[in-house]
Design a binder for this molecule. Sequence first.
Ligand code: 9WN
Length: 449
Amino acid sequence: MNYTNYKNQREFRLAAKAVLANNWTGQFTKPAPHLYPHQWNWDSAFIAIGYANYDLNKAMMELDALFKGQWSNGMVPQIVFRSETADSGQYFPGADFWQTKRSTHAVQEPRTSGITMPPVHGFALWHIYERAADKDMAFDFLQLLFPKVMALHRYLYEHRDFTDEGLVHIIHPWESGMDNSPLWDQVLNTIDTADLDIPAYERKDLQSKKAKLHRPNDTDYDRYVYLVDLFRKLNYNDSAIYEQSPFVVQDPCFNALLIYSNDCLIKIAELLGEDVSELIGWNELAIYSMNEKLWNEESGRYDAWDLKKDQRMPSLSVGGLIPMLANVPDQDQAESMLKTLLGEGFIGPDDQPLHLCPTYSFMGAEFNPEKYWRGPVWVNINWLLYHGLLNYDFKETAEQIKTETLSLLDQHGFYEYFDPNKNETKDKGYGTDQFSWSAALCIDFLSMK
Ligand code: 9WN
């Protein structure tokens, strides 16, 4: 590959390492210098995978710090606030707003938010182990973290699967990690903000010049805040939230990441001499239900399910293609998912070619190449797709995704997300610059043979 901004691969890698060094706090890595001043759940897992290529110690410290925020019921929170960076003034909602003291399960130090994020830690552990130069040290770390990740998965199957389908539900778009995806519109639109008593709040994410173009709009935020307020009032009780909240959704991406993490935990358990039967049981039911309930034959992808209305949520989100990562589809299903990925929706029409992979199909009316999860390319999603495609031997497309990701990072910088339009030549990097997982997964892509 020829680089535009760097002399060679070594320089590119050094620049990525500098982003992580700059965001390192001594205990964990901030997702970005200003916009995200705390520790975020799935960010830390992707960041740790990047570190494992050159600094195992930091990879371990990163996940260790995250699990310091784990609740007594096993839940690992979306955000861990720390005293050094807990200045609630920089980010909304800060620790004070969450009021997690209302839950009997929450840890009080460090303080945390009251919801979770995609369960990526099981597979992060495995990828760290695979990359670790010092396998003995990594083995000890697996021993330490294995029971904690198991506790998270037990929490999810016990408190987020009340229909006993092996499919867990999320209760907030922030839990999906793809917060503003058009996938959530259908359910969020049922929350009529005009009729609701939403607590006063001030957004802190609109400081940069173009933030309004890229970040979610105010109505989205009202709905996000309404849900958090409801959870506070219900003392973060999962059964009460399941009964009373309008947003209770089985997300195929979240569940695929859980299944893949279960798979990786099976490999770890075998290494550690632990019992694997619980993990095998979870995955058998989960894979069966994903295919019975969420597979959409017509559109060649998996859909989400609205548990409140008990109905399918057909959508053109890239999340429906992630189950390849967990070997959920069989080879025929995967072939039709590949067709979807290489169809006009994701590679664009001839006169408007797109970089792989937009987070939402170009064919959807809601597609927006500039807005957050409504079209732009995100590096972590491409990393997940890359590994999923390799499971089915779709090497050419996997390579294409890797090369296009690296070239976006090289040409535009370590941004949070990128305009997928190939015809767009300038300023394609959106959101915040110096974004940690973009740098970490760049290092990981560069380290692959
Ligand atoms: C809310 C930190 C996080 C990512 C999410 C991304 C964004 C937060 C926000 O930033 O979400 O969690 O304030 O928009 O959507 O995936 O983990 O990088």
